[in-house]
Ligand binder design. Structure first.
Ligand code: ASP
Length: 434
C-alpha cells in the first residue's frame, strides 16, 4: 500500500493549537495517511493528562464514589477542544454513554481507552479522515498477546483513498471487551498500524527531536542521534532512554519499516531514524544508565569444575520469583546483578538459600549499583573501544565495580556506585564525541 503512518503523542494533542499543528503536519505531505492519536496530555507542567483522569474516574467508581470531579474536567477539556476547533461534537452525549458502559467493567481498560477514542473522534473530524475503531480490528489473545490476524483485519479497514484515524492504546479481547496496552502504548498501536497498512515509514511525533546520545539532564549539550538500529535502541531504552514504548519496535522490525522520531514543535528537524542497518559509521550511538541495582558475589574454589553450580544458584532466584540482569563471572566466582525492584526485601533470604544449596566459600552483596550501557553495533570491529572507555572513567576517578562486554559486542556495560553515575556518563560521552 505504501504511505506513512504518523502517531501523535499526548503533548502533541494537548490543546486546540496543538491539534491544528498536527493537522498542518498531516496535510503537508500527501503520503501521511494513517494517523494514530494519543489522548490529550498536559498543557503545562501542573496540568492533568486525560488518561490519568480516566484512571481516577475508574478508581472512584470502583469504590462506589461519585466520579464527578474527573468527569467534569474531562468534559471541559473536550468541549473546549471541539469549540475552538469549530467541530460539531456532543461531548456530554459521549460521556453519558461511556459512564453507562463503564459500569460493565471491573478493570480500568475501557475507561482508560476513552481518551484516545475521543481524541480520535475529534481529530478525524478536523482532518476529514475515516475513523477506524481498534475495538474491531486490533485483537488480543486471551493471554494479552496480539492476535496476528490483526494485521489482515486492520489492513482491510485501511484500504481505499484518503486519510484514516486509528486511536492508539487499545484493542479488544476475544470476548469483545476493551483491553489497553501498558502505559504509553499508543506507540505500539502506531507500529501495528504501520505494518498493517504496509507503510513505508512510521513517524512517531512527540515533544523532543528524537534520541540524544546521552541524557540531557546529565550532559546538557548532548548531541542528537541521527540513526540507530532497532537492536541498539532496545539496549538504550532498557537502560532508561525512554522516548518510545519498549514493545513498539517488534511489529515493524520484521518487515523492516523504519521509525522516525519527530518533534511536533520543530517539524523541520529530521529527528532520529530507527532502522535495521545503520549507514553512519560511529562505533557508539548512545550512552544510557540507570540506578537501582544490587550485585550478589559468590566465591568458591574450583567453581568451574563443579557441575550444576550455576544452575543451583539460578534456581534459588527462580524460587524467589526474581529475574536477573547480568552475570559476569570468573573461574572461581560469579556475580549476579539484579534490579532492586525485583529483589524487594528478599536479599537476606536469597543469600541464606544460596549458602544452603551451593555451599560457597563466600557470598557478599554490593548494593547501590548503577549500570551504564555504552551502545553501538560498530563496536564489534573496532579495536580499543573498551580501552577508551575505561581510560575515560579512570581519568574521571570513577571506580568500575564491574565490566561486561556481551559476546554480540553491541554494548559494554559498566557498573559503578550510584553516586558516580552522572560523572561516568559525562566521561564516556566526552571520550567518544570529541
Ligand atoms: N494515553 C495513554 C497513556 O497515557 C497511552 C499513550 O499515550 O500512549 O499511557
Amino acid at each position: 500500500m505504501g504511505g506513512i503512518t504518523c502517531k501523535f503523542g499526548g503533548t502533541s494533542l494537548a490543546d486546540a493549537k496543538a491539534f491544528r499543528a498536527v493537522a498542518d503536519i498531516v496535510k503537508s505531505n500527501p503520503e501521511r495517511r494513517f494517523i494514530v492519536p494519543s489522548a490529550p496530555g498536559k498543557r503545562k507542567p501542573d496540568d492533568k493528562k486525560i488518561t490519568d483522569l480516566l484512571y481516577a474516574w475508574h478508581g472512584l467508581v470502583k469504590q462506589d464514589l461519585d466520579p464527578i470531579q474527573p468527569r467534569t474536567i474531562i468534559a471541559k477539556r473536550f468541549e473546549e477542544l471541539a469549540k475552538e476547533l469549530n467541530i460539531e461534537f456532543n461531548v456530554q452525549e459521549h460521556l453519558e454513554h461511556i459512564a453507562n458502559e463503564a459500569a460493565n467493567y471491573a478493570e480500568p481498560d475501557y475507561l482508560a481507552s476513552r481518551g484516545e477514542y475521543l481524541s480520535g473522534q475529534i481529530l478525524s473530524r478536523l482532518i476529514g479522515a475515516t475513523f477506524v475503531d481498534p475495538a474491531q480490528c486490533i485483537l488480543f489473545e486471551d493471554d494479552g498477546d496480539l492476535d496476528p490476524q490483526t494485521y489482515d483485519l486492520l489492513g482491510d479497514k485501511l484500504k481505499g483513498p484518503g486519510l484514516f484515524v486509528v486511536p492508539g492504546f487499545y484493542g479488544s479481547l476475544p470476548n469483545g471487551r476493551i483491553k489497553t496496552f501498558s502505559r504509553g502504548g499508543s506507540d505500539v498501536t502506531g507500529s501495528i498500524v504501520a505494518r498493517a497498512s504496509k507503510s513505508s515509514l512510521y513517524e512517531n511525533w512527540t515533544d523532543v527531536s528524537g534520541f540524544l546520545v546521552a541524557d540531557p539532564r546529565i550532559v546538557p549539550d548532548a548531541r542528537g542521534i541521527g540513526e540507530v538500529t532497532y537492536r541498539e535502541l532496545r539496549e538504550l531504552s532498557y537502560m532508561g532512554a525512554n522516548v518510545l514504548h519498549d514493545e513498539a519496535i517488534f511489529p515493524v522490525r520484521e518487515p523492516g519499516i523504519p521509525i522516525n522520531i519527530r518533534n511536533t514543535k520543530k517539524p523541520e528537524h529530521p529527528g532520529t531514524m530507527i532502522v535495521a542497518e545503520r549507514h553512519s559509521k560511529e562505533p557508539i550511538v548512545g550512552i544510557a544508565g540507570r540506578k537501582g541495582f544490587t550485585m550478589i558475589n559468590i566465591e568458591k574454589a574450583l567453581m568451574n569444575k563443579e557441575r550444576g553450580f550455576g544452575r543451583r544458584v539460578l534456581s534459588v532466584l527462580e524460587d524467589f520469583g526474581v529475574s536477573w540482569e547480568l552475570m559476569p563471572s570468573g573461574i572461581d566466582n560469579m556475580s549476579i546483578i539484579i534490579e532492586d525492584e525485583e529483589l524487594q526485601n528478599h536479599t537476606s533470604a536469597i543469600i541464606k538459600s544460596i549458602r544452603r544449596t551451593c555451599q560457597p566459600d563466600k557470598v557478599s552483596v554490593t548494593p547501590d549499583l548503577a549500570l551504564i550501557a555504552t551502545v553501538g553495533q560498530g563496536m564489534a570491529g573496532t579495536v580499543g573501544v573498551a580501552a577508551r572507555l575505561t581510560t575515560a572513567l579512570a581519568n574521571a576517578s570513577v571506580n568500575i565495580r564491574v565490566l561486561d562486554q556481551g559476546s554480540s559486542e553491541n554494548n559494554i556495560i559498566v557498573g559503578v556506585g550510584e553516586g558516580d553515575l552522572e560523572n561516568a556518563v559525562r566521561a564516556i560521552y566526552h571520550a567518544f564525541t570529541e
